[in-house]
Design a protein. Structure first.
Length: 70
């Protein structure tokens, strides 16, 4: 994926990092920064918003799939 990836502000110095990017077609991509060539989870904008909202509440939404691996 040739997108500008942004590392999470919650990243730790030990390398356990998550990166996020806006992908073509309006998708949101998530990947492990230690494996930039590895799998990418692809979310719709609505799915990403639902995931973040649930994570902030400590209850990620699991009733509907919100991501697909690329």
């Amino acid at each position: 994926m040739n997108a500008p990836w942004v590392k999470s502000s919650f990243s730790f110095a030990n390398g356990n990092c998550v990166e996020v990017a806006e992908l073509p077609g309006g998708w949101i991509g998530i990947r492990d920064s230690r494996d930039p060539g590895g799998p990418v989870l692809r979310f719709t904008r609505a799915g990403w918003a639902a995931f973040l909202g649930g994570a902030r509440r400590g209850e990620p939404e699991t009733s509907t799939p919100v991501a697909a691996a690329l």
